[in-house]
Design a protein around this ligand. Structure first.
Ligand code: ATP
Length: 255
């Protein structure tokens, strides 16, 4: 593995009496694309929520760039370099596509009151920069033609790409994607794989993704962590995971 960027040690989340996540460990090097998979209800989204501060871990540690970020508030986690998308798309549907990205970028900028109300100085130059950055991200994600459309007018696959553009506006070092290709057709999914590799390379990103589309996961991931009923059951390359009897049994037992 290349330099360690991010790690999860013994991450555990208990809701009432339910152990949603039990002793999850993951270690990730710069530039890797890691898959987090498992049957429905396995605890995948809970892991993302615990990493990004939406859920407080019962125990365990989350480390990014040698800094313990366990239990940090969501905005602080985002500013420190972790951005995410959600399983259910979260866009400002009646806002134009470009503004959707600009609003996300603003989350990483702070003005004092005078600068904001006067619209002068740093505020104005930052606005220009945020506008240009949004256009660059839309171009990267192949969404330029939709810049002035309302988000709700976009085809579903493009809405998912817009979610990624919004996450990238935070300038993360680690990108967490929750079911990024859900609802995409096979052609869109292949194009999205290519796009993801490109943004990983161009923006020096490291990526963790949750996904049920196994063709996509096996194609794009360098390593995969499998969890079942909150418990980690396997860790390995796509080939190792595909042939692991515990993984096959977990998926066969689903439903
Ligand atoms: N806020 C919460 N309070 C109580 N229980 C929760 C909460 N969030 C999740 N759970 C429970 O924790 C378990 C894991 O849920 P989670 O959403 O993390 O699974 P998942 O692997 O992401 O599933 P899916 O693939 O269906 O999205 C489930 O039993 C779920 O009902």
């Amino acid at each position: 593995m290349t330099d360690r960027l991010f790690s999860i040690d013994g991450l555990t989340v208990v809701f009432g009496g339910l152990s949603a996540l039990h002793q999850l460990n993951i270690e990730i090097g710069q530039g890797e694309i890691i898959g987090l998979i498992g049957p429905n209800g396995a605890g995948k989204t809970t892991a993302f929520n615990a990493i990004t501060g939406l859920v407080r871990p019962t125990s365990g540690r989350v480390t990014l760039r040698n800094t313990d970020i366990t239990g940090w508030a969501p905005a602080r986690v985002a500013r420190f370099g972790i951005a995410r998308t959600f399983q259910n798309i979260r866009l400002y549907e009646d806002m134009p596509v470009r503004e959707n990205v600009m609003v996300a970028a603003h989350a990483s900028i702070r003005y004092n009151f005078l600068e904001a109300v006067s619209g002068l100085g740093r505020f104005r130059s930052d606005e220009r920069r945020v506008y240009d950055q949004a256009d660059n991200l839309l171009e990267l994600m192949g969404l330029t033609e939709f810049a002035n459309e309302k988000a709700r007018a976009l085809p579903y696959g493009s809405q998912r790409k817009l979610e990624v553009a919004r996450a990238l506006a935070l300038k993360p070092v680690l990108l967490l994607l929750d079911e990024p290709v859900a609802g995409m057709n096979p052609r869109e999914t292949i194009e999205f794989s290519q796009l993801l590799r490109k943004i990983r390379d161009d923006l020096h990103l490291t990526i963790v993704l949750i996904e049920h589309d196994m063709g996509f996961v096996m194609d794009i991931c360098t390593k995969i962590r499998v969890i079942d009923h909150g418990v980690p059951i396997a860790w390995g390359t796509p080939k190792e995971i595909q042939n692991d009897p515990k993984v096959i049994a977990a998926y066969l037992g689903e439903g």
